[in-house]
Design a binder for this molecule. Structure first.
Ligand SMILES: NC(=O)c1ccc[n+]([C@@H]2O[C@H](COP(=O)([O-])OP(=O)(O)OC[C@H]3O[C@@H](n4cnc5c(N)ncnc54)[C@H](OP(=O)(O)O)[C@@H]3O)[C@@H](O)[C@H]2O)c1
Length: 230
């Protein structure tokens, strides 16, 4: 047993050390937030669960990453713009993304899709300036996403959701690290959990650290346990 360290006693430099990626190799980290009872959003948006401490950790994780990867649903629902600093990758099988969604025309954004994506949507997005890369045939494969990011010189990958995209990475054994903020609220309702997948996955994780702050938030960093079980 260990005593929690108050985040107020942890400097921003400490946070950079605590959340540092381990070396130069490819490493897939996810950053998610949930209520005490495990709801991944408040009225459909995760940002409304956050407060200052979470926003600080979020910024540190972005500073440390080379690329932010999100599912198309999350990018559109949460109104994602081009991140300051890291590159941006939007994952979509069906490419139901409006061509006027501003980040797709940015040279530091890539749309990761698969060869089965509808041709007309592919053409519309390409005409709007999007760079599209196939990472699979019938579905977008997490291992292929990681390989494409590595090929582009973005080994330090930060998944910001949503729950279905995280589920596909865990199912593919392609997640190394989960930074999970627990917001001090009981929500109820029907929101998804931070990981959404039809199958029981049962992958063991080991806590690397657990912080708290004056607002009562918990900031856990979980890393992949080896061997996995299930
Ligand atoms: N609590 C949190 O930390 C957190 C974080 C992010 C989002 N959210 C919330 O989660 C909700 C969205 O949930 P969601 O699960 O639908 O988000 P999501 O993971 O963004 O949705 C899946 C999206 O990813 C695309 N996708 C492409 N390849 C995929 C693959 N291999 N596996 C899974 N998805 C793939 C799908 O696009 P196609 O349909 O084109 O295939 C779909 O748009 C929003 O309300 C958002 O606010 C919560």
């Amino acid at each position: 047993m260990h005593i929690l360290r108050k985040a107020s006693h942890v400097t921003p430099e400490d946070l950079h050390t605590l959340y540092a990626y381990p070396g130069d190799g490819t490493w897939v980290r996810a950053n998610m937030i949930a209520s005490i009872d495990g709801a991944a959003g408040l009225q459909g948006r995760s940002g409304d669960l956050a407060a200052d401490g979470d926003r600080l950790v979020y910024r540190v994780l972005r500073d440390l990453s080379d690329v932010v990867v999100v599912g198309a649903h999350t990018a559109l629902t949460e109104g994602y713009g081009q991140p300051d600093g890291p590159a941006f990758a939007v994952v979509s099988r069906y490419l139901d993304i409006p061509p006027d969604y501003a980040p797709i025309a940015d040279p530091r954004t890539v749309v990761l899709t698969c060869s089965a994506a509808p041709t007309s949507r592919r053409e519309a997005l390409a005409a709007a300036g999007a760079q599209l890369v196939d990472c699979g045939t019938d579905t977008v494969e997490p291992a292929a996403i990681a390989a494409e990011c590595e090929r582009r010189g973005w080994p330090h990958i930060l998944l910001e959701g949503g729950p279905r995209l995280l589920g596909s990475f865990v199912a593919a054994d392609a997640l190394d690290d989960l930074c999970l903020t627990t917001s001090p609220i009981l929500l109820g309702g029907t929101a998804s959990r931070p990981l959404d997948h039809d199958d029981e996955l049962a992958r063991g994780m080991v806590v690397a650290h657990l912080l708290t702050d004056e607002d009562g938030y918990l900031f856990a960093r979980w890393v992949r346990a080896t061997p996995t079980f299930g």
